[in-house]
Each structure stands twice: as structure tokens, then as C-alpha cells.
Design a protein around this ligand. Sequence first.
Ligand code: UT7
Length: 315
Amino acid sequence: MKILGTGSAIPRKVVTNDMLSEFLDTSDAWIVPRTGIHSRHVITDEQLEDLGTKAALNALEMSGLSVADIDYFICSNVVGEYVTPSLSCVIASKIGLTCPCVDINCACPGFIYALDIAESRYLAGKSKNILIVCAEEPTRMCDWSDRSTAVLFGDGAGAVVLGEGNNIKGVELHSQPDVQKIWEKRVLEKTPYISKEEENVPLQMRGREVFKFAVNASTRDVESLLSSLGMTKDDVNYYMVHQANMRIIEAIKQYLGERDEKFPTNIGDHGNSSSASCPILLDECNRKGLFKKGDVLVFSAFGAGLLSGVAVLEW
Ligand code: UT7
């Protein structure tokens, strides 16, 4: 497939590190060198589906396709206000899409998992034009009195429209299942038959272990996919790495032996927006005119699961 259009939408509210230090035992001096994050966009009175809808419409407008041309819609989302219907159905109802809609929950690498599903359907002859929306509100998953997680995340939505083409050169997905590294639990409705003890547990993360997983997974995934495609790092123009932590990105850069200019980032004013991070970065870079035809983009993302994925795309 080929990316025909990109879009994104972010909440209005900007929360700086200094604003966090008004109610958390933290500081700009701790957060910036540890994460590279200066501020993040946080959902207030917006609905996540409205951000997803806006990102989708922006991508559709750029693609030149109409809603009726889209024959499959994938939404990547960890959590939203609706349990059912799926977020893809909620967004579809707002934009008038009537094609099959599916949600995936693959946490931060959700965009790459969605690309894999899209490309597989295309190669199987089942779909021609596919919409992907990654819409996430991780700030609603954290305990805002927990400084070890609350400072890391931001909300938003990113979208792409894919159509006919031979520009997705390869996708590789990996899992290393481990529930204890990043997790959150919600209590479901009571029934007369439930006797077990249950409690809501906000997002928990073993930061250092996730950090190591992220760096190892990303460098392994990138080198493995490039090698199986018969490509080298010299062929790559840009690494579009999941914006989780600037130090993770720096470590990946160092292990790959690559140059700063190949790593566009927006973590400084977005924080970690889970699966929305890669498509938001893509849309921002695209709208700035960063990419030229023929450029090779490598997407790499990692997160809860633990899952990781990498995709090589020619622009
Ligand atoms: O999307 C993928 C999911 N997540 C990630 O990619 C996150 C991966 N991990 C990380 O980015 C880093 O591990 C963190 C940024 C989360 C933490 O950085 P760290 O250098 O690994 O710090 P740490 O957790 O080892 O904590 C060091 C100290 C601790 O204090 P003590 O025990 O040494 O006294 C923490 O309590 O820093 C303290 N600390 C903070 N201090 C001020 C933790 N968070 C904060 C904070 N402000 N926000």
C-alpha cells in the first residue's frame, strides 16, 4: 500500500512540567533530562472520538479520497469512554463510514500492528483503501498523584489513509508477553456471582525494565527487518521512533550508530501518546514538507504487552 494522506488532532490544554510540580513532588529539572518532555497536551472537555474524527477527516482530505472510497477501518486504542461499541464504530458514525470497522489494542506499537493488518488485507485482495486512526488518552489511565507515571504521557490522535501502491516494503512484529511490566486494571460491573476481591488499579510501570526492553527491541527489530529486506542503514532517511522518552530514542540512535538528523522528534511538547505517537509525528513532519518522494522511513514502536513492531516505508 501507499500512504495517501496523514492527519492528527491534539487536545487544547497544554500542561507544562512547572504546572505538574504545583501538585506533584517533581520538577522541570528532573523531568527534562530524564525524559526530554517539556509539556504535554491533556484531554479536558474534549471527547477522544472527536480527536480521532478530526485526525481521520484531515487524512481523508489530504488523500483526495472520499469516505465512500474507504473499504476497511482500523482504530488503535487502549482505552476510551465507550466499552462498546468500538471506537472505530463511534468514529465511523461521525464521519459516515459504512465499511467494516475493527479496534485493536496493541498499546504503543498499535500503528505498526494496524499497518500490518492493512497491508495483509491489501495483499490478500480484500481491501483497496484503508483508514487507520490511532486515538489515545493515556492521561486517563494514570494515577495523577504518582509522579513516576503521570509526568510521562500526553493525549492525541493520528491517522493515515492508505491506498494502492508498493510503498510498504516490510513489517515485522514481535511479542515478549509479560503482564507485570506495564499494566492497568478496571473493575467491571458487579454480578450476584462475583465474590472475588476486585479493585481499580491505575497504570503501573516498571520504568527501568521497560526502558531496557524498548531499546533492545527497537534496535533488534530495525536491524532484523532491514537485513531481511536486503537494505542497510545507509538506505534509511528517517527513523520514526515511538516518542516514549528522549533517552530511549538517544540510546537507539547510539546502538544503531545513526545521525541525529535521521530522528525527527516531538516528545518535547507531546509526551508519550501511546499508539498515536508515530502517526502524529508522521503528520507533523509530512505537513512541514520534511519527506521527499523516494525517502525511506523506518517506524519502530514498543510498549505494553510487551509488544514491538517495525515497518519500512518508501515515501
Ligand atoms: O511507551 C512505552 C512505555 N513506557 C516507557 O517507555 C518508559 C520507559 N522508562 C522510562 O522512561 C524511565 O524509566 C522513567 C522516565 C519512567 C524513569 O526514569 P529512571 O531514570 O528510570 O528513574 P527511576 O524510576 O529509576 O527513579 C529514580 C528516582 C527515584 O527516586 P529514588 O528512589 O532514587 O529516591 C524515583 O522515585 O527518581 C524518582 N522519580 C522522580 N523524581 C521526580 C521518579 N519519577 C520522578 C519524577 N520526579 N517525576
